[in-house]
Design a protein around this ligand. Sequence first.
Ligand code: MN
Length: 190
Amino acid sequence: MTLDKYHEKRDFTRTPEPAGAADPSGTAAAAARRFIIQKHHARTLHYDLRLEDDGVLKSWAVPKGPSLDPAEKHLAVAVEDHPLEYGDFEGSIPEGEYGGGKVIVWDRGTFEPFGEGETFAEMLERGAAKIRLHGEKLQGGFALIRTRWGGKDKNWLLIKEKDQHARPGYDVTKEEPLSVLSGRDVDEVE
Ligand code: MN
């Protein structure tokens, strides 16, 4: 695992985002894997899904955000790995910097991958991962499925599994817009 791409894109003398370790391998794994969804108002509003694996946060930008409705298949674009410390970040990235705009922690908790005899890394490599989220807003099973749209390998779909936590017709990003850390909405960040 490496954070090279994360570091290349940012000037840590200018952005308040955490730099993270130069080499995160060997970072002690937490007992439970963390998941975070940050609401990020950059040029456009989107949600960043982050899932802990092997000392980093695997990350996807989800333009429409997550849904609890199994009928909704939302695009999730894979982006560079982020440091674990990023999961606590709320703040304002200066204009002109990479990802310039405001960030809140929209949801967080733990997750577990579930599959037959595969590690989470193997599921991601294969392009089909199932995870169970234990968040404040999101619970239950979700699938992350890689698609071939645009001939690229960075486009995935995030889909709620049908289980007792599914809420057809409910718009969780609209009904529950605020930070689970500070109670602020994203544009209220200083
Ligand atoms: Mn983002």
